[in-house]
Design a protein around this ligand. Structure first.
Ligand SMILES: Nc1ncnc2c1ncn2[C@@H]1O[C@H](COP(=O)(O)OP(=O)(O)OP(=O)(O)O)[C@@H](O)[C@H]1O
Ligand SMILES: CC(C)(CO)[C@@H](O)C(=O)[O-]
Ligand code: BAL
Length: 281
C-alpha cells in the first residue's frame, strides 16, 4: 500500500483511481490510530472502491500552549493498521508542504464554530476547516468519514461543504468506547493510571443525563447543573465546558427539543477529553 507524502503524488494517485472509475473514501486523521479511527476506515472501505487515510497533525488547529509538539505519533503502525483495514493509500504530508512559506488562506465557518470547543480553542475550527477543505480538494473524495465524538467538528464540516458546494458526502460514525465507557482517543495516552481510572465518570454522567432527558426532563440548565455536580465531585476532573446546543447549528438552547447535543470537555491532568450524546426529541 502506497504511503504518499507529496501533494503532487497524492493528486496523481487520485487521478489514477478516477481513471479506473473507482469511488474514493477519505478518512482524515491526526494519526496514532485506535479503534475509533479503525471504525471509520472499515466503514469507508465498505462504502468505496478505494480509501485514502490522511495522517497529519495539523498545526493550524492548535493554539499557543496546546499539545502540538507532544501529540503522539507512530506512522509505521498507522500505515500497517490502515492497510489491514482496507485502506488503499495513506497520505502523510509534511507541514511545510501543506503550509508552504507565504501561506495565507484560511476557511472560517462562522456561528457553528463559536460555542463548545470554540470557546476555549478560538482558532481551532478555522484550522480544521482549512485543512479539511484542502484534503477534499486534493483527493476529490466522494465521501469523507468523521467521528461523532468530535460532534462540533462534524457540524462545522457539514456546514462547510454545504456553504462552499464541495461535492463530498460527509458520513458521521458512532463513538467507539473502551469497555468502561471512556471514549477512545489518541490523547488517552496522556492519562496517568489514577486519571485513567477516574475518566469514565464522563460517560457515566452523560448516560445518567441522557436517561433523565428520556424520562421527560426538558430544562437544559437542570441537565447541565446535574452534569456539573456529578463531574466536579471527581477531584481529578477540571471542567472546561458542559453545554446543551442544537446539534446542527451548535446554538445553545434552554429547552431540550429537536435535534440536541449535550457535549463536554474536561481536563484530567495533561489530557483534555471530550464526549457527548445527541438525541432527537
Ligand atoms: N472514539 C472514537 N470513535 C469514533 N470516532 C473517533 C473516535 N476518536 C476519534 N474519532 C474520529 O477520528 C477522526 C480523527 O480524529 P483524531 O485523529 O483527532 O483522533 P482522536 O483520538 O479524536 O484524537 P484526540 O482525541 O487526541 O483529538 C475524527 O473524525 C474523530 O472524530
Ligand atoms: C479532522 C482532522 C483530521 C483535521 O485535522 C482532525 O481535526 C481530527 O483528527 O479530528
Ligand atoms: N479530534 C480533534 C483534533 C484536535 O483536538 O485538535
Amino acid at each position: 500500500m502506497p504511503v504518499v507524502h507529496s501533494l503532487d503524488d497524492l493528486r496523481s494517485l487520485m487521478a489514477d483511481w478516477r481513471k479506473s472509475r473507482c469511488s474514493i473514501g477519505l478518512v482524515p486523521t491526526m494519526g496514532y490510530l485506535h479503534e475509533g479511527h479503525v471504525s471509520l476506515i472499515d466503514r469507508a472501505a465498505a462504502d468505496n472502491d478505494r480509501v485514502v487515510v490522511s495522517v497529519f497533525v495539523n498545526p493550524t488547529q492548535f493554539g499557543a500552549g496546546e499539545d502540538l509538539e507532544a501529540y503522539p505519533k507512530d506512522l509505521p503502525r498507522d500505515v500497517a493498521l490502515a492497510a489491514r483495514h482496507g485502506a488503499a493509500a495513506v497520505f502523510a504530508p509534511a507541514p511545510e508542504d501543506m503550509y508552504p512559506a507565504g501561506y495565507s488562506t484560511y476557511v472560517n465557518v462562522e456561528g457553528v464554530s463559536a460555542e463548545l470547543c470554540g470557546r476555549s480553542r478560538p482558532i481551532h475550527f478555522r484550522g480544521v476547516a482549512t485543512v479539511c477543505t484542502k484534503l477534499f480538494l486534493l483527493t476529490g473524495a466522494d465521501r469523507a468519514y468523521f467521528g461523532e465524538k468530535d460532534a462540533q467538528q462534524l457540524a462545522v464540516i457539514r456546514r462547510l461543504v454545504a456553504d462552499l458546494a464541495i461535492p463530498v458526502q460527509i458520513v458521521g460514525c458512532p463513538i467507539v468506547r473502551e469497555a468502561d465507557g471512556l471514549a477512545k482517543s489518541s490523547r488517552n495516552v496522556y492519562l496517568t493510571a489514577e486519571e485513567r481510572a477516574a475518566a469514565p465518570i464522563l460517560h457515566r454522567a452523560l448516560e445518567e443525563a441522557r436517561e433523565k432527558i428520556q424520562a421527560g426532563e426538558r430544562d437544559a440548565r437542570t441537565i447541565i447543573a446535574f452534569l456539573e455536580d456529578r463531574i466536579s465531585a471527581e477531584p481529578l476532573a477540571e471542567i472546561d465546558y458542559i453545554q446543551a446546543v442544537h446539534r446542527d447549528t451548535i446554538v445553545p438552547i434552554d429547552r431540550l427539543e429537536g435535534p440536541i447535543l449535550v457535549a463536554l470537555a474536561v481536563r484530567f491532568g495533561k489530557a483534555r477529553l471530550i464526549d457527548n450524546f445527541s438525541l432527537d426529541l
